[in-house]
Design a binder for this molecule. Structure first.
Ligand SMILES: [Zn+2]
Length: 238
């Protein structure tokens, strides 16, 4: 495999569901070539985030046999402007979030991750995993404390999503990051890395509606964006 294709695949694999165990997750195993903003991209996604990598001769991928995720449909029509982000500050803030130990989870063997199962034509809720499709293993894993939340453009981003961004930045050794202000899907936070990678993260909105610990909010908009005050722009638009 050529190095550009290899890098593209590594980036896409970070976001797509690799080994799906339910029909729901199976949707998110594909690579999705698409057109957006008059450019060709290759996308990959999971239920909460996605990545688009600019297509070139070296990294082209075939269209999937059957398109099951409408990634194109959630992309905003237009970008109002991009705001430069301080990459070092983002990483510094990320590192400041404490790590906690939690139970590693695995697919529920009773319902095979579905949360329910069919038996003689009837559907039953799985009692074994309390319909979550997952059960605890005996192993512990370390994750960033999920009580912390990142805040940008009036919206909240959870630590698991920021982690995807940080891993992508790390993989690309990216120095150039911008936050894209769009006039579309408001539950989406869009970032551009090195001008050729787009990362989309689902976010909660707005702040007042969420039960979050205000002590544990890390404000990226105040500290990372150099260009303009995003909140002011948000207000002006409304
Ligand atoms: Zn189960």
């Amino acid at each position: 495999m050529n190095p550009i294709k290899e890098k593209t695949t590594k980036l896409l694999d970070l976001f797509r569901v690799k080994y799906a165990y339910s029909a729901y997750e199976e949707k998110f195993t594909q690579y999705i070539p698409l057109e957006w903003q008059e450019k060709r991209w290759i996308g990959a996604c999971n239920p909460h985030s996605f990545i688009l990598v600019a297509e070139c001769e070296e990294n082209k991928m075939p269209d999937p046999e059957k398109k099951v995720v409408n990634l194109q449909g959630i992309l905003p029509q237009s970008i109002l402007f991009e705001a430069e982000m301080d990459q070092k500050e983002l990483i510094r803030q990320w590192k400041s979030v404490p790590t906690i130990e939690t139970d590693q989870k695995t697919q529920c063997p009773s319902c095979e991750g579905e949360g329910r199962f069919d038996h003689w034509g009837d559907t039953y809720d799985c009692q074994h995993c309390e319909e979550t499709g997952e059960i605890k293993t005996n192993r512990k894993i370390k994750i960033k404390d999920p009580k912390y939340t990142f805040y940008i453009d009036g919206k909240l981003l959870t630590t698991d999503k920021i982690e995807k961004m940080v891993t992508t930045i790390d993989m690309l050794q990216s120095e150039k990051i911008s936050y894209m202000v769009t006039n579309g899907n408001k539950s989406l936070a869009l970032f551009c890395l090195e001008g050729e990678i787009i990362v989309g993260l689902a976010r909660w909105l707005p702040l007042e509606d969420n039960d979050v610990d205000s002590e544990k909010i890390i404000d990226l908009s105040a500290k990372c964006i150099k260009m303009q005050d995003l909140e002011t722009i948000e207000v002006m638009r409304n």
